[in-house]
Write a protein that binds this ligand. Structure first.
Ligand code: GDP
Ligand code: MG
Length: 293
């Protein structure tokens, strides 16, 4: 009998959910950056083992202060995932428990299934013996199916997580075709890759107020032609994205093209534009028109 089910990756922003997902799949499908809030949509990553199919749901981080429309949207998608998943993998940073962890602990009260606690970033912990009392302290907070220290970045102890998941998933037929890795379109991935490069290259210069829309995605015999629109909120932000003599946008486009050529296994011709849309992150309607429904 095979096993199959959905696994939510939960945790505060920047804890390493997308990195873990990409490592578990052995392939890049979710974007990561050192800035929180990189993952805005729910991304399914499908990992098919000989007898088990693990379908990961990479959720946007839960936010303490959900004042803005964008943050409310992020919280909604994260708690929606709790409604249908079989197992929750909750990531915290090893030796670090914050107010945000308390908030997630509370949100998890509505979830009746097994919760695996992952202590990520153990590569950063110098004082390894300190892990034990930390594990004891967090284990007292609620029941966990298991507590697994690992490093997503260094690929340390990922097998332990995979084995636990395989054990916890319900018996049943595979949910997706064995060759399928994700449910999101190539078009969507293209937009996500451009957004990742923007976040990385611009760092603290630009807040989260940008969105990428793929206007056209055209496969020809020789290459894939992609037109990407970058939406910002203010003319000043447009100037930052474009850079002096267009240098920043050119660099972002080139980095994105290289990634996309690898992911799509084809030469890519990528064109990028920057457009200004006023106050979009605080406007639900504008969010919807960009696909954040
Ligand atoms: P998310 O917001 O939870 O999806 O977090 P990301 O996967 O985007 O990771 C946030 C940052 O933490 C990135 O800079 C990652 O490289 C880094 N990171 C993730 N996992 C590890 C880890 O195991 N060790 C270390 N040192 N850094 C990590
Ligand atoms: Mg993420």
């Amino acid at each position: 009998m095979t096993r199959a089910g959905y696994v939510a990756l939960l945790g505060r922003p920047n804890v390493g959910k997308s990195t873990l997902l990409n490592r578990m799949l052995g392939q890049k499908i979710s974007i990561t950056s050192s800035k929180p809030q990189t993952t805005r949509h729910q991304i399914l990553g499908i990992h098919t083992l000989p007898d088990t199919q693990i379908v990961y749901v990479d959720t946007p981080g839960l936010h303490l202060k959900a004042r803005k429309a964008m943050n409310r949207y992020l919280n909604r998608t994260a708690s929606q995932a709790l409604g249908y998943v079989d197992v929750v993998v909750w990531l915290v940073e090893a030796l670090r428990w914050t107010e945000e962890e308390d908030y997630i602990l509370e949100a998890l009260q509505e979830f009746a299934g097994p919760v695996l606690l992952v202590l990520n970033k153990v590569d950063r912990v110098r004082d390894k013996p300190a892990l034990l009392p930390f594990i004891q302290a967090v284990s007292a907070k609620r029941e966990f199916a298991e507590v697994i220290p690992l490093s997503a970045l260094r690929r340390d102890n990922l097998a332990a997580l995979e084995q636990s998941l395989a054990r916890l998933l319900p018996e049943g037929e595979f949910l997706f075709d064995e060759s399928q890795i994700t449910t999101v379109s190539q078009r969507f991935l293209a937009a996500e890759v451009v957004r990742e490069k923007l976040m990385r290259e611009l760092r603290d210069e630009l807040p989260y107020r940008l969105a990428v829309e793929v206007e056209s995605f055209e496969e020809t015999e020789r290459l894939i032609r992609i037109r990407a629109l970058i939406w910002v909120e203010r003319p000043g932000q447009k100037a930052i994205v474009v850079g002096a003599n267009g240098a920043t946008l050119k660099r972002i486009g080139s980095l994105a093209r290289q990634d996309l050529e690898r992911m799509l296994d084809s030469p890519v011709f990528l064109q990028t534009w920057v457009k200004v849309r006023d106050g979009w992150s605080d406007n639900e309607r504008a969010l919807q028109s960009l696909g954040y429904t």
